[in-house]
Ligand binder design. Structure first.
Ligand code: NAD
Length: 705
């Protein structure tokens, strides 16, 4: 009978002591796992028949690393370092057998073992940089000793795991095998014993050479996009440079640097987003056990830009999908677009021709709604026109069995109103995808007043199937993201243009802050007419104080729709995407400003960033007050996964917390006085400021309510 905790089993198999990790779902290196490995090594040391040790895991992967919660709560004893000391102190050779994934602490554990054998499907990586953390269990010291400092830098900065074959070529694993990993690994251990090959601690391998200036420049350049505005990379470089020192000295540099990274605002923000994304799919009030339909096939009505991209998302997830459109020309265009999307994925080396063919074969096109009758879910993506959508939903309602979900991809209309056009409003909800829908991670799930919990649960299941990050939103104009964009962020950007800033200045300032693309470039990309149409829908239900998008709407009137017409806030030459300043736009803005009685002046970049961000935060707080978003962290997920807000700043609400609520409230009051009504401070911000509280605390209090 084993006395070890269930998460680690120990067996003797011939001359091999077999240490088996079994901590579902990802074999996280929890305290119990760590203690279990140390116990196993201790017991093995006293069993004379055992001549080698093998660490192997049950389940789908070797280990995904530390339990992330421990980064916040602090690591309990025994630490991973103690496990590593036990391995390195063992007089028996210790082998790691890797399948699936070895990530973070999981790879650091494997690198401490004396030998590594991997199954061909395995991937190995140190993804800590994605959380703003420098690996802290010897990763920055052992990896350079195994594969060289330059390759280690590339691996740690990219955070991307490498396949087993590449790991073998680089020297990270000793052998790659096919088939039964356990059998191969046992044979590997027996061979070590037979040949009298003893332990080979990685720490005793010759120190690495260190990094040259060009190694550093190249690695930084290769990861420039993901590291924009970040600071962790400097700490990673410092730690890797220390790998040329004696091991113990290198490790103490790593420890200091890793601690510094953990304490950084950047890491705090990235971990916030990581947990927020896991939280956003949880909806209070959903029964635990619901009989949900399996989504085997989907139907999409409207084979335009969105419909076609949503179809690709289903096909990528291995599901059959029928695209239905009443215009033959739209069907032909959709067919062409889908082919060219896959052709470009092949060209970029993302998928093979064979995989693309399989996926394309899953998508069929048709003209009749009847073709949707057997689908497990139907998504409507026709023109943004309320009467048309009502007609479409009502027709679908009569041919789709009532227990199946009917979703609308509307970005501005009331889901409740659309649902009311059917006899079964409970099965209608919004699935708000973001362009390009096969790529963008965010999926806003819009809950109409009548939407039933089964529908909501099915929608969450669809998000999981399509590998999207779901956020549930209430049914009000613009839901979460577009409301904050229109009433807050973009509106303020326009106001700044009227007051004297240029589109180039506004975009550059916000891109410098960290947004993937500034607001005017985004408008030109999506089409100024899209925003204008959305606002026309808005005015049918609500009004907004002037000036509200007077520039963008005028550009639409002039046919300056953006990139698609070669002119918008900018001009674009010969189909190029390069945004060039346009004097005609400057003149137009000057005229509109004088019509609004606004005196233009020089505006500093700091003011642009402050106003756009505060406006975003203020409307975010109103969205929370109105219960359109359930949590502040949901808003952060919307903005980081759908609107290009820099992840390393945590999303607008987290960013507000870092500014301090009293400062936020005071500055919003200042702009309220200066600019008038639309800057009215959200009551929630005033309250949190008075209580010296934060959005994070507000979220936390919700959980206990
Ligand atoms: P689109 O104009 O590219 O496509 C709409 C398609 O619907 C056309 O092919 C049209 O032929 C088809 N259609 C119209 N009436 C139909 C009917 N009665 N039966 C069958 N097909 C019909 O539009 P889009 O950009 O794909 O937008 C579709 C929906 O997605 C809209 O509600 C829009 O607000 C929403 N949306 C768009 C975006 C975006 O960035 N484009 C983002 C999020 C949501």
């Amino acid at each position: 009978m084993s006395t070890f905790p269930k998460v680690v089993a120990f067996d003797e198999v011939g001359v091999v002591g077999l240490i088996q990790l079994d901590n579902p779902p990802v074999n996280a290196l929890s305290r119990e796992v760590r203690a279990g490995i140390i116990d196993a090594i201790t017991v093995a040391a006293n069993r004379p028949r055992i001549k080698a040790l093998l660490i192997i895991s049950n389940g789908n992967l070797f280990s995904a690393g530390a339990d992330l919660k421990e980064f916040d709560t602090g690591f309990l004893e025994p630490s991973l370092q103690k496990v590593q000391a036990a391995i390195e102190g063992s007089r028996l050779p210790v082998v790691a057998a890797i399948h699936g994934l070895a990530l973070g602490g999981g790879l650091e554990l494997a690198m401490t073992c004396h030998y590594r054998i991997a199954r061909r499907d395995a991937k190995l990586g140190l993804p800590e940089i994605n959380l703003g953390i420098v690996p802290g269990a010897g990763g920055t010291q052992r990896l350079p000793r195994l594969i060289g400092a330059c390759a280690a830098l590339e691996m740690i900065l990219s955070g991307a795991p490498i396949p087993a074959a590449e790991a073998k070529a680089k020297g990270l694993v000793d052998e790659v095998v096919e088939g039964d990993l356990r059998e191969h690994a046992l044979a590997f251990c027996e061979r070590l014993v037979r040949d009298g090959t003893g332990p080979r601690p990685t720490r005793s391998l010759p120190a690495a050479n260190g990094l040259s200036e060009s190694d550093i420049t190249e690695a930084l350049q290769a990861n420039a996009k993901s590291l924009k505005g970040r600071t962790t990379q400097a700490l990673v470089i410092e730690a890797i440079q220390a790998s040329k020192l004696p091991f113990a000295e290198g490790i103490s540099v790593e420890e200091a640097v890793s601690q510094k990274s953990l304490a950084s605002r950047e890491s705090e923000a990235l971990r916030h987003v990581f947990f927020a994304e896991r939280e956003s799919g949880k909806v209070t009030g959903l029964p635990d056990r619901l009989e949900l339909p399996e989504i085997k096939q989907a139907a999409i009505i409207g084979a335009g830009t969105m419909g076609s991209a949503i179809a690709i998302a289903f096909a990528d997830a291995g599901r059959k999908v029928t695209l239905i459109d009443n215009a033959e020309s739209a069907l032909a265009r959709s067919h062409e677009n889908i082919r060219s999307t896959y052709a470009s994925s092949i060209k970029r080396g993302r998928i093979t021709q064979e995989i693309a063919d399989e996926r394309i074969a899953r998508i069929t096109h048709g003209r009749e709604f009847a073709a949707a009758a057997h689908a497990d879910i139907v998504i409507e993506a026709v023109f943004e026109d309320v009467d048309l959508k009502k007609r479409v939903l009502s027709s679908l309602d009569s041919i789709i069995p009532p227990e199946r979900l009917i979703a609308t991809n509307t970005s501005t209309l009331s889901v409740t109103e659309l649902g009311a056009a059917t006899k079964h409003p409970g099965r209608v909800l919004g699935l708000h995808f973001f362009a390009p829908a096969n790529v963008t991670k965010l999926l806003e799930i819009v809950r109409g007043r009548e939407t039933a919990v089964e529908g909501l649960a099915t929608a969450l299941q669809v998000a999981k199937l399509l590998k999207k990050v779901p956020v549930v939103a209430g049914d009000a104009f613009g839901f979460i993201g577009n409301r904050m964009m229109l009433d807050g962020y973009f509106r303020e950007a326009e106001q700044l243009l009227l007051e004297g800033a240029s589109p180039t200045q506004v975009d550059a300032a916000l891109e410098q802050f960290g947004f993937a693309m500034g607001p005017q470039r985004v408008s030109d990309l999506g089409g100024n007419d899209v925003g204008t149409k959305a606002r026309l829908q808005l005015y049918k239900r609500e009004s907004r104080p002037d000036p509200y998008f007077v520039i963008a709407d005028r550009l639409t009137e002039l046919g300056r729709l953006g990139q698609k017409t070669g002119r918008g806030f900018y001009r674009y030459e010969n189909g190029s995407r390069e945004a060039l300043p346009d004097l005609d736009v400057t003149a137009l803005i000057e005229t509109l400003a004088s019509q609004q009685g606004i005196a233009r002046r020089e505006i500093k970049d700091d003011e642009i960033v402050e106003r756009c961000l505060l406006a975003l935060i203020n409307v975010g707080a109103i969205v929370l007050e109105e219960r359109i978003a359930a949590r502040a962290s949901d808003i952060d997920v919307v903005w980081t996964s759908g609107y290009g807000f820099p992840r390393h700043l945590g999303g607008p609400m987290f960013y507000a917390d870092t500014l301090g609520m009293q400062h936020v409230a005071q500055r919003i009051r200042y702009y309220h006085e200066k600019l008038g009504h639309y800057w009215r401070p959200a009551a929630m911000i005033e309250r949190l400021a008075k209580e010296k509280s934060t959005f994070e605390q507000w979220d936390r209090a919700l959980q206990t309510r």
